[in-house]
Design a protein around this ligand. Sequence first.
Ligand code: HMG
Ligand code: MG
Length: 302
Amino acid sequence: MNIPTRVKLLEVGPRDGLQNEKQPVPASVKIELVQRLQAAGLKEIEVTSFVSPKWVPQMADNAEVMAGIARQAGVRYSVLTPNLQGFEAALKSQPDEIVVFASASEAFSQKNINCSIAQSIERFAPVVQAARAAGIYVRGAMSCAVGCPFEGEIAPERVSYLAGLMKGIGVQHVGVADTIGVGTPLKVQRAMDATLKHYALDDVSGHFHDTYGQALANTLACLQMGVWQFDASVAGLGGCPYAKGATGNVATEDVVYLLHGMGIATGIDLDKLIDAGQFISDFLQRKPNSRAATAILTKRNS
Ligand code: HMG
Ligand code: MG
């Protein structure tokens, strides 16, 4: 086993987390969440997305949120860009990184971004080119890398195929996403292996939704492969509006608890992270969807 000694967590709560919330979350709350996350030691934060406001109204304040953050040196701020229109809008906000997002399943590609996989790659190619020319790092998300809400199980070959397409247009890093949280460790390892046919270990990450409670097990399975980059969402916020029934990403607090317990460094202050999760959960009038946060908050209050 080549378990890493250090892991980089990419916080996706402000984007993947909040995009699914029905009630409008004011830009000021999103900005404060980002501030609290960076104060807790997160070095990479997915802030928002430059997608159609008709498709995802919650992200319509993208430019306002990006402008409102007091940026901290050493922190990377990323945004989703589905097409050139989104990229050009995003450029004005000076993101450090953009994310193009494709799907390993045709049906989900249609539902999420209204085009086929092949068309999405055609759309992303000029975005990737423009971003790289502007010195902006390009990450790719590969949705439904294990299962699709419409097509069921997804074979590793389809993940490999998509990873090859991403590599072909110059995407520098790809995330293996279990969008609907149906994956279990061996299936996730196979999807990761399929990706590693095209990308180096240093250029892949895991993005696990926790719908079936498997995300921590899937994280551990990838750690055992040497994967050292993972996305997570504070307080377990989120889901994708175009993947019905899918719940949030694995809670960042739970991943940090797991990693620190294994002696793996993250640079994150778990207490401050829990406070950030409590802050956004209070706003949303619910409890944090994190077992570690719940346990530690109970202990604090007793
Ligand atoms: P479309 O309707 O096919 O786009 O949507 P279009 O090019 O035909 O344009 C139609 C209208 O949208 C036009 O406006 C455009 O100006 C506008 P109108 O003339 O009707 O007033 N438009 C835009 N507006 C703002 N920003 C843009 C933009 N592009 C077009 N970038 C499109 C295609 C991709 C835009 C749409 O399907 C879309 O926005 N989809 C985004 C869906 C989304 O955000 N999903 C959630 C994020 S992905 C995710 O959560 C998965 C992930 O976490 C990994 C995982 O877990 O799997 C990353
Ligand atoms: Mg997601």
